[in-house]
Design a binder for this molecule. Structure first.
Ligand code: FAD
Ligand code: NAP
Ligand code: SF4
Length: 674
């Protein structure tokens, strides 16, 4: 037994399903990537899934595929309903099998979440997150939809898939039949619970009848709806038993409908924050159970399995971050794992903006054919200046390609602004990105020179110079800005200055919101699963349907005002899929927003503003400036003056609209071009 196998005995153990064996307990969970609908999508998916299969994952589940047109998530989403589509899917399955992997296709009928006018549901009730009102399926429509699931699974088998996952959770069609809140039917598909689960059970039965015994059927079961009038715990147990009887091979865990107002996968959810849900179901059925949500590193995955929470773990986003997650775990290279930080910035946010998914910490994800890693034929001497996210990714990638890299950093530590960001409640995972880069620099023998502010003299001997000197906070010219009661966000977050009990924050961008969260929670971060659940009103005892309880509003640590000059809604620039969490969190803590203001002056009474043509005082003890950033120009000016050519990336290139996705992406792109 290898050292890693001893350290992760549960995770690396095989799972015997009777007719087939999975090589370990790791499932790559279903994720829509946007490749599905692209012109060359199947070839790109083959490379994407192929790399994950080669990376050692036990079982892959594809993104959702609709069984018919009404089931589309959006117009022209991927559908498998006719034999003419089989050939394309074979490109994917053959590649995965060639890498020694196994792959199931997820069948997803979006129901009332379908973003198109043909969407259907058990009843004609609009979802709060969709502008299209669904059509209610007729009785005949229900039976033909079940048949479409059967047909889709038969075609999946013909396409070479090892099985299917039937999506029964997250508030999609099957879930809509199960919950009384969305199913008001009076026929045999509505009314009491037995009737409402008949749709789900009949689908599994008909898929099993069609596919035979040697085909994996994973059923994704909503074990915690997190919506009013969702299922009770007894009903969930009853459903699980019926699904087992109907012929499912494995039950996977679904947490929360998409319309739920509880964070379920974002970075502030503690690691494995919902595995207790799956644990409740252990022993109630005899088929294996999979747990999921915010499991991102081997130790937490092993712990979940060792504690008997499940038989297998599902991770989706961690395989965008690192295709080799399993192989690195199995060969004792856990410190080389590029960890998913749960930010959603390049995966889900991209999908919701109709872009191809990728990953903030791994820009090659879903772009495997466009951004392949290629070793260099000519090794150059490369200087990278600045060890923030941009410089780190550039130095690590260039060195991995075979260049001889020196990385200059003015401060005593690598990380740039990530050193500040990691202190924000819920952003502790940024630490993993720094650990990853540090290890990459060691592995590829980058010469790291800390506390070394690079000048022209240091750089003149290099073949290539990359300037990644980042950003500095914008200085404002408001009378009183130099006062004792004024601080920058970095002075507050790094602890150099302390804020009083009443604070005005100038700037309502990402950093303004983060600083407010820091000032509200500080060390009171939800570091335990129970405190997170209590805060968001999740009741582990399921006293109410859907697992919702009372939300607890702690008395806020401070009175906070956030101001901006624009008239627009504060926080519009926050992440598409996570911004609502931050806005809700600040609202719950009584933070007051002021828009359309003009800053007049600061004195010992606070911040004087002009708002709505009225001069007024925001009476506070401390004013914190979060008014964006500007590029650090010094070095570039010097190089320009000497006529030395250089590349410039990250915040040094453009401070506006800068984020770590751009910084890391720029770093990889330039390193690939050297
Ligand atoms: P920087 O991080 O600014 O790094 C530049 C580095 O260059 C610094 O280490 C500096 O010391 C060094 N340097 C400068 N001049 C020299 C020189 N002459 N010689 C040597 N070294 C030099 N982004 C996100 O995408 N998502 C988030 O959730 C997020 N949250 C954030 C929260 C906070 C509180 C903050 C402050 C930032 C957050 N960001 C977030 C922004 C993100 O951190 C930045 O976009 C990113 O760090 C920019 O990377 P960079 O490498 O271009 O610059
Ligand atoms: P930002 O999002 O651009 O916000 C800057 C804020 O400062 C705005 O509210 C702006 O509002 C105000 N401002 C700009 N110029 C000003 C001036 N001269 N005087 C007074 N106010 C001024 O920048 P940021 O908050 O510094 O964030 C930097 C980057 O980090 C962002 O682009 C973001 O992507 C990233 N980040 C992301 C997250 C995340 O959760 N995804 C979190 C933190 C940071 P007005 O102009 O209306 O006054
Ligand atoms: Fe994880 Fe963020 Fe990458 Fe998405 S973008 S996979 S959440 S690290």
């Amino acid at each position: 037994m290898t050292v890693a196998a001893t350290r992760y005995p549960h995770l690396l153990n095989s799972l015997d399903l009777g007719f087939t064996t999975l090589k370990n307990r790791v499932l790559m969970g279903s994720m829509h990537t946007g490749l599905e609908e692209q012109k060359d999508g199947f070839n790109r998916m083959a490379e994407y899934f192929g790399q994950r299969a080669a990376g050692g994952v036990g079982l892959i589940v594809t993104g959702g595929v609709a069984p018919n047109r009404a089931g589309w998530v959006a117009p022209f989403s991927l559908r498998l309903s006719s034999a003419s589509q089989v050939g394309n899917h074979r490109i994917v399955t053959e590649r995965v099998h060639a890498e020694g992997g196994k792959i199931c296709m997820q069948i997803l009928h979006a129901g009332r979440y379908g973003y198109h006018p043909l969407c259907v549901a058990p009843s004609r009730i609009k979802a709060p997150i969709n502008r299209f009102r669904p059509w209610a399926l007729t009785g005949k429509g229900v039976t033909s939809t079940i048949d479409d699931f059967r047909n889709c699974s038969a075609l999946a088998r013909e396409s070479g898939y090892d099985g299917v996952e039937i999506m029964g959770s997250e508030g999609y069609l099957i879930n809509q039949f199960i919950a009384a809140k969305t199913n008001k039917r009076t026929d045999r598909w509505g009314g009491d619970y037995e009737n409402r689960i008949r749709f789900a059970v009949n689908i599994v039965e008909s898929v099993r009848r069609e596919a035979g015994e040697d085909f994996i059927i994973v059923y994704r079961l909503s074990m915690l709806d997190l919506v009013k009038d969702g299922s009770s715990w007894d009903e969930i147990v009853q459903l699980a038993r019926e699904i087992e009887k109907a012929g499912a091979t494995i039950i996977n865990t679904g947490i929360g409908w998409h319309e739920a107002r509880v964070p379920t996968i974002a970075t502030m959810v503690p690691r494995a924050g919902f595995s207790w849900v799956t644990k409740r179901l252990m022993g109630e059925v005899s088929i294996p159970l999979i747990t999921s949500n915010r499991i991102n590193m081997p130790d937490v995955a092993e712990q979940v399995l060792a504690e008997g929470c499940a038989d297998m773990v599902s991770m989706a986003r961690p395989f965008l971050a690192d295709p080799e997650w399993v192989n690195k775990t199995a060969s004792g290279r856990v410190d080389e794992i590029n960890t998913c930080i749960g930010c959603n910035q390049a995966c889900l946010d991209n999908i919701f903006s109709r872009k191809t998914a990728s990953c903030l910490v791994n820009p090659r994800a879903c772009h495997e054919t466009q951004l392949p890693f290629v070793e260099t034929e000519v090794s150059k001497k490369v200087a990278v200046v600045g060890a923030g996210p941009a410089g780190l990714s550039c130095a690590a990638t260039a060195a991995a390609r075979g260049h001889k890299v020196t990385l200059f950093e003015a401060s005593a530590k690598i990380g740039g602004q990530f050193l500040i960001a990691r202190a924000i409640p819920g952003k502790g995972e940024f630490e993993e990105t720094l650990r990853y880069f540090k290890r990459q620099l060691e592995l590829h023998e980058v010469d790291v020179r800390l506390e070394h502010r690079a000048t022209f003299e240091d750089l003149k001997e290099y073949d290539e110079i990359v300037v990644a000197t980042g950003v500095i906070p914008r200085q404002l010219e408001i009378p009183g800005i130099d006062g004792e009661n004024v601080a920058t966000y970095s002075e507050i977050i790094s602890g150099q200055k302390k804020a009083g009990e009443r604070v005005a924050i100038i700037g309502a961008g990402g950093i303004g919101f983060d600083t407010a969260l820091f000032l509200l929670h500080g060390e009171r971060e939800h570091d335990t699963i129970d405190s997170f659940l209590t805060h968001w009103g999740v009741d582990k005892e399921y006293r109410l349907r859907g697992g919702l309880g009372d939300t607890r509003v702690e008395s806020p640590a401070r009175e906070i005002h956030i101001l901006q000059r624009k008239q627009s809604k504060p926080g519009v620039s926050l992440g598409k899929t996570t911004g609502w969490i931050h806005r809700l969190e600040l609202k719950k803590n009584g933070v007051k927003f002021r828009v359309g203001v003009e800053y007049l002056s600061i004195d010992e009474n606070g911040l004087w503003i002009n708002q709505g043509e009225r001069e007024q005082l925001v009476s506070v003890d401390t004013v914190v400036v979060c008014a964006g950033q500007v590029s650090e120009p010094g070095l570039m000016k010097e190089l320009d003056e000497k006529g030395i050519g250089y590349h410039v990336i990250g915040g040094a290139e453009k401070a506006a609209e800068l984020d770590a996705k751009k910084a890391i992406g720029d770093g990889v792109a330039i390193a690939d071009s050297l």
